[in-house]
Design a protein around this ligand. Structure first.
Ligand code: GLN
Length: 309
């Protein structure tokens, strides 16, 4: 059914942002120094609608580390390159475990539960490294094209830091390698994964880059078909079941939109046939999802009645 949102979203977004500032129960990610240093009071909220309007409040021009939101971009490229055989190497089930969990991976013989957790995204990185001669530049030029901006870049300090503190991700990759589910050299695969986690974008770039997911795979700005309608539906389905990690069930229950978070404090949520919501504030809850980001997306979805269910 059509969404009855006001033409001018700004007052609504301002109100929600102001309320979000009193949510103070999160903690900024501190597993690498480059993220631990980010100011806790940054807060931004953007809505990009399919008619081309972008409404933003707060720190929307400040680029931040998109971290696990990059899992969507990697997955898109891997789906396009590999087609259905991808789903023999990674499952499509929610994990019910933290994003960097390792136990399930052994039980399930090196086949990750889904592409939205670390093990799954490392598997996807292997596909990219194995099937592209330059996987990083393929990904970067795709993201820049989606944003219509060359301004997107990678924070080399975050990239380095991820590598230095990447023992757990290395363990996931080597465990998959031991089950022959990683084709390339582990170090090369990890380097790609850490690099894509270090992409920096602001909420406006994120929202406009993912508008095709709300528009049956077609970029509303250029009219270009980015993915098939079916692949856009599949990516949205995976986000709905796994994009918010082991809080995905609660997110579906309270918000009802396909969404993806990252430990940099970003969250993007897709509203099919309407647009994209993107939120950013660094302090995280115990699931690794932005506490204020969750509040803002939930509040906006509830006030506009946006659930896909
Ligand atoms: N770089 C982070 C990691 O690999 C990404 C995880 C996330 O954003 N949830 O641990």
């Amino acid at each position: 059914q059509p969404i009855h949102a006001p033409d001018n979203l700004k007052p609504l977004l301002e109100d929600i942002l102001q309320q979000a500032m009193s949510v103070n129960d999160g903690k900024v990610a501190d597993y690498i120094p480059a993220l631990a240093e980010v100011k806790a009071d940054y807060c931004a909220l953007t809505v990009a609608t399919l008619d081309g309007n972008v409404t933003s409040v707060g720190d929307t021009n400040k680029p931040f580390s998109i971290q696990s939101i990059s899992k969507i971009y990697g997955l898109m490229l891997a789906m396009e390159r590999l087609g259905d055989p991808l789903w023999e190497r990674v499952q499509m089930e929610p994990s019910g475990q933290p994003f960097n969990s390792i136990v399930q991976l052994e039980w399930e013989k090196g086949i990750p539960r889904n592409p939205m957790i670390n093990a799954g995204a490392i598997l996807v990185s292997d596909v990219l490294v194995s099937h592209y001669s330059a996987s990083k530049s393929a990904l970067l030029s795709m993201v820049r094209g989606l944003c219509g901006s060359e301004a997107v870049c990678v924070d080399s300090r975050v990239h380095e830091s991820e590598r230095e503190h990447g023992a757990r991700n290395a363990a996931l990759a080597y465990l998959m390698k031991s089950f022959s589910n990683i084709e390339s050299e582990v170090e090369e695969v990890l380097d790609h994964y850490f690099w894509q986690c270090a992409l920096t974008m602001n909420t406006e770039q994120l929202a406009s880059s993912l508008a095709f997911l709300a528009n049956r795979g077609q970029c509303p700005r250029s009219g270009k078909q980015i993915t098939s309608h079916r692949d856009a539906q599949r990516i949205n389905a995976l986000m709905s079941t796994s994009g918010m990690y082991d809080q995905s069930g609660q997110f579906a229950f309270t918000v009802g939109l396909p969404a993806k978070s990252g430990v940099g404090g970003g969250i993007i949520a897709i509203v099919p046939d309407y647009g994209v919501i993107s939120a950013w504030s660094p302090p995280l809850n115990s699931f690794g999802n932005s506490a204020r980001g969750m509040f803002m997306v939930r509040e906006l979805a509830n006030r506009l009645g946006l659930s896909v269910y």
